[in-house]
Design a binder for this molecule. Structure first.
Ligand SMILES: [Zn+2]
Length: 94
């Protein structure tokens, strides 16, 4: 009698746990595939095409595309840098 109880409860639970981990694995794989790429685009300008707009690096003077640049907000103004090094330099200067 007790054995039947165990079989009736534990077996479905085991199957359920296996199914859940199986489904979770599928969903995690899908989430990895459909995960959006890490593109740092300014949220205030959704219409900007990545790489279409050129911004001048205030440190070294290089023109970088807004989509690929390293951005930093200084006094409410969004600045674009060609690299993290330039961004850090600007912090030292400014
Ligand atoms: Zn630079």
């Amino acid at each position: 009698m007790l054995r039947y109880l165990i079989l009736d409860i534990l077996l479905p639970l085991l199957v359920f746990a296996l199914l859940r981990s199986f489904l979770r694995g599928i969903f995690q794989t899908r989430r990895d595939v459909t995960r959006p790429s890490q593109q740092a685009s300014p949220p205030s300008r959704p219409n900007v095409v990545a790489g279409g707009e050129l911004k001048k690096d205030p440190v070294c003077g290089t023109y970088v595309s807004a989509g690929a640049s390293v951005t930093r907000t200084v006094n409410g103004e969004l600045l674009h840098f060609c690299s993290k090094e330039c961004r850090d330099k600007y912090r030292v200067v400014g």
